[in-house]
Design a protein around this ligand. Structure first.
Ligand SMILES: [Zn+2]
Length: 180
């Protein structure tokens, strides 16, 4: 019973209530001692602390996904890639190894930083997709000022009207990656 109450953080008070009801001793020495520890020794609760600032960043990330869906559609690669990468990061956050306490901090408008009590840390970083030409064989990208340029010094750029992967004034496509 206390095992189950643990999930709600009520194991101690429930245990004290039960102890008050139980007889102080049993006459039958053949009664087996009940198992009082959680099976496997693993804690019932996984702890994840989120700073107040980080909750705002998490909300911003969700808003960014909504903006991508509104601008490019829920069937678009821009939305689906971003949403899948965000979902993977959240799943990794809540399925961390037992016994490691994590704290989530903001780290930029759409990025987060996870610190752990075993001195480990990693970033959940939104990495923007470079705005590039989608025509096969053309390796043009836009730089600051929206000027087209080769993606590398030796990259092939076709002399044509480039087809941008996304508009310069739309929400920024990208994906959330783990950065150690
Ligand atoms: Zn092009």
């Amino acid at each position: 019973m206390t095992d189950r109450a643990y999930t709600w953080g009520a194991a101690t008070s429930t245990g004290m209530d039960l102890a008050a009801l139980l007889p102080s001793s049993y006459d039958d020495p053949a009664v087996p001692t009940p198992l009082l520890q959680p099976i496997g020794g693993n804690p019932h609760l996984v702890r994840l602390d989120i700073s107040r600032e980080a909750t705002a960043t998490v909300a911003s990330c969700q808003q960014h996904l909504i903006a991508l869906a509104d601008a490019y559609g829920t069937d678009s690669d821009h939305y689906r890639d971003a949403a899948a990468s965000w979902s993977l990061q959240l799943t990794a956050l809540i399925s961390a190894p037992n016994g490691v306490r994590r704290v989530l901090h903001p780290d930029g408008p759409l990025s987060l930083y996870v610190s752990t009590d075993d001195a480990g840390h990693y970033g959940i970083v939104f990495e923007p997709l470079t705005r590039h030409c989608t025509v096969a064989g053309c390796h043009a990208v836009t730089a600051a000022g929206d000027q087209w340029q080769p993606s590398r010094p030796d990259a092939v750029v076709i002399d044509h009207e480039h087809q941008p992967s996304h508009p310069a004034d739309g929400p920024q496509p990208g994906r959330w990656n783990t950065r150690l």
